[in-house]
Design a protein around this ligand. Structure first.
Ligand SMILES: [Zn+2]
Length: 428
């Protein structure tokens, strides 16, 4: 029996040895160019020293280390953060695409696919993700995160939202022609009333949710003057209970909210990030700027689904597409805090995760400002400022490198050549 226990201990320990061993060793990284994300400038010929999974120094002179990594021909920057992903989804342009995943793929199968999505993310240079809902796959995101942290699979750091919440009857499978007498799985946890709302928040936190995600509105439509409205999902009592329960547990609330009907309700309930927000108006922008609420605009995914959904009779994404550039420009001008989030999983994981940067720059941000949305600002959103999104003393050794200079061509971020997370190289 003792022998078995000893064997188990050795096997368990072996998962930890790589990190444990590097914890004692120092690595010197020679950087041709190094992006100072906080200061917003590019430094040349810098030397970064790591100890284990932490950055210990940056200087313009080389110091002694146990080993050296030569990135003198590369542009070096902190690992990127995608603040809106779905590792358990594989792209759904149409209702059928979505329903096929939820109805025909078991949760174990979806979780296996999720492990590949997680791997793609880190190889894309996104060393941290905030995964916003499993869409019917229960708490499988907690397992994916656990497997990554234990070294069982390869993937980014994760903060997870588990089930995501909506109200009874407002998040059916998307295709509408199923027989009413059949019981179907749901892509969220549905609640009615403040007590059920509190209970659902508590259950999710119990199972490992870092974030509570709500779907604040549905049924989006465009008025004759071009503005957008929608149907709010929660009663004031319900959404207030969710916000209260979330904040009292020191967790954070993220809200899928498309127009003022969802956005204002979510902010009043304590949401700190608005997801999509494609139909937001000036009053929303003003409130978001005042309160420091983050906007995660998920631009590429809207364009990706717009045509296909319009063909099937739902043109709302096409309408958002027509106005989003002006909305984006106005929000930036009004000082809304922008954070990088793609909604990948809502679109195919084989498509670029860095696609939203292109819109940001096309619509007025400098490349460095665009990069800051996925580094310093996203780190702030996650409560990880100083640890993620910067290469500085005390930060995690989450570092990426690329041949091209993304401050000259933002599309260069679609090809990351070298990736390190926690002091370990994942792509070379
Ligand atoms: Zn999403």
């Amino acid at each position: 029996m003792k022998k078995i226990i000893a064997t188990i201990l050795i096997i368990t320990a072996s998962f930890y040895i790589p990190n444990g061993a590097t914890a004692q060793k120092t690595i010197l990284i020679k950087c041709g160019k190094l992006l100072d994300t906080k200061g917003g400038k590019v430094l040349e010929n810098q030397f970064v020293v790591l100890k284990g999974n932490t950055v210990v120094s940056i200087s313009n002179t080389a110091s002694k280390a146990d080993s050296t990594i030569d990135l003198s021909g590369y542009f070096v920057m902190p690992g990127l953060i995608d603040a809106h992903t779905h590792v358990l989804l594989q792209g759904d342009i149409t209702s059928e695409d979505y329903d096929v995943q939820v109805l025909k793929e078991s949760i174990p199968y979806r979780t296996l696919r999720a492990s590949k999505s997680a791997e793609k993310s880190i190889l894309n240079g996104f060393t941290t993700i905030r995964d916003l809902g499993t869409e019917g796959a229960g708490f499988a995101d907690v397992d994916v995160k656990k497997a990554i942290n234990k070294g069982v699979i390869t993937g980014p750091r994760m903060q997870v939202a588990t089930l995501a919440m909506n109200t009874t009857g407002h998040y059916p499978l998307k295709a509408s022609d199923y027989a009413w007498e059949l019981k179907f799985p749901k892509g969220v946890i549905e609640i009615t009333g403040a007590d059920e709302a509190r209970k659902a928040v508590r259950q999710q936190i119990e199972q490992g949710a870092d974030w509570i995600k709500i779907y604040a509105d549905r049924g989006y439509y465009r008025l004759a003057d071009g503005s957008f409205r929608s149907l709010p999902n929660f009663t004031t009592e319900e959404i207030t209970a969710i916000g209260d329960e979330t904040l009292r547990s020191r967790k954070k609330l993220a809200a899928h909210a498309m127009t003022r009907d969802g956005i204002l309700a979510a902010i009043n309930a304590g949401a700190i990030s608005i997801e999509h927000g494609s139909g937001m108006d000036e009053e929303c922008m003003k409130l978001m700027a005042e309160k420091g609420i983050y906007w995660c605009p998920t631009l590429f995914v809207n364009e990706y689904v717009a045509e296909g959904r319009a063909k099937l009779g739902s043109p709302i994404n096409l309408y958002f597409q027509q106005s989003i550039e002006a909305t984006f420009k106005k929000a930036i001008k009004m000082g809304v805090k922008l954070t990088y989030g793609t909604d990948i999983g809502g679109y195919d994981w084989n498509l670029p995760q860095a696609a939203d940067f292109t819109y940001f720059v096309k619509w007025g941000l400098t490349p460095i400002q665009a990069i800051q949305t996925a580094t310093t600002t996203a780190a702030e959103l996650l409560g990880m400022q100083g640890k993620l999104g910067e290469i500085k003393e005390g930060a995690f050794a989450d570092i990426i490198a690329l041949k091209k200079d993304p401050t000259k061509d933002i599309n260069a971020l679609q090809n990351i050549d070298w990736v390190m997370k926690d002091g370990k190289v994942y792509k070379n």
